[in-house]
Write a protein that binds this ligand. Structure first.
Ligand SMILES: Nc1ncnc2c1ncn2[C@@H]1O[C@H](COP(=O)(O)OP(=O)(O)OP(=O)(O)O)[C@@H](O)[C@H]1O
Ligand SMILES: [Mg+2]
Length: 226
């Protein structure tokens, strides 16, 4: 994974919500923390082209997220804060197969890959269930499976354990911990982030700390004042 931000800033309606930053992301597990409204989601959305920089460039494995948006999107999958919003088909199996159909794969290949990803996440028993009847944790797993089935090497998750009970939280945390893909996780769940290779801290639209998890979590406590 090679994600590069070069002099990137973001403004909405003339208000700067991300001050200029330059960095490159290569580590296997990267966490993003900070208070509400500090700019975390805005930063992550730059990677999949959903937010356009006011200045500077963002590249994902050499692909510019503005000029080569769809190619850059294929490199990095994104799980939104509310995964219900990204589920397209009514039945779990159909939703997971959807991205593969869109890529024009043959039916037997779609079936093979869908079955493999269902088994990988331990959700084969959910294949025929209606997506909107799943629990929060099950929905998160289906959303992760639906994105990873298309084979992006990078997965970006925006608050994946938010609103989950203890059991589902553990389920999703363990799933994230076991992923082979590079992962970038925005979270208020500090014990989850504490195990990561590198943690970025945003505060009032600025990147204020970037380094080992322990140091970054300390910096976050300092700006939060608690
Ligand atoms: N599309 C938009 N239009 C206008 N302002 C926006 C837009 N998206 C985000 N903002 C503003 O940018 C700032 C940063 O928002 P962002 O969603 O990145 O915060 P966050 O750190 O992810 O917060 P949270 O922890 O609450 O999810 C906020 O002040 C927000 O109101
Ligand atoms: Mg957010």
């Amino acid at each position: 994974m090679d994600i590069r931000f070069t002099s990137v800033s973001v403004s909405f309606g003339g208000r700067t919500v991300l001050q200029p930053l330059t960095l490159s992301l290569t580590e296997r597990r990267i966490g993003i923390i900070g208070l509400n409204g500090s700019g975390k989601t805005t930063f992550a959305r730059l990677i999949n082209g959903l937010v356009k920089p006011a200045s500077g460039t963002v590249t994902v494995n050499g692909l510019d997220t503005v000029k080569d948006t769809s190619a850059a999107l294929a490199e990095a999958g994104f799980i939104f804060q509310n995964p219900q919003h990204q589920i397209i088909m009514p039945i779990v199996h159909e939703d997971i197969a959807f991205g593969l159909k869109n890529r024009g794969l043959k039916a037997d290949e779609i079936e093979r890959r869908t079955a493999a990803v269902l088994a990988r996440f331990g959700i084969a028993h959910l294949a025929k269930r209606r997506v909107h009847e799943l629990s929060g944790g099950e929905t998160q797993l289906v959303a992760i499976a639906s994105v990873l089935v298309t084979g992006p090497g990078i997965l970006i998750l925006d608050e994946p354990t938010n609103q989950l009970d203890l059991k589902n939280r553990r389920l999703v945390e363990n799933t994230i911990a076991g992923l082979d893909e590079h992962t970038i996780v925005i979270s208020h769940d500090l014990p989850l982030i504490a195990k990561f290779d590198r943690v970025l801290v945003f505060h009032e639209s600025r990147l204020i700390a970037d380094g080992p998890a322990e140091d970054s979590i300390r910096a976050y406590h300092a700006v939060a004042g608690c």
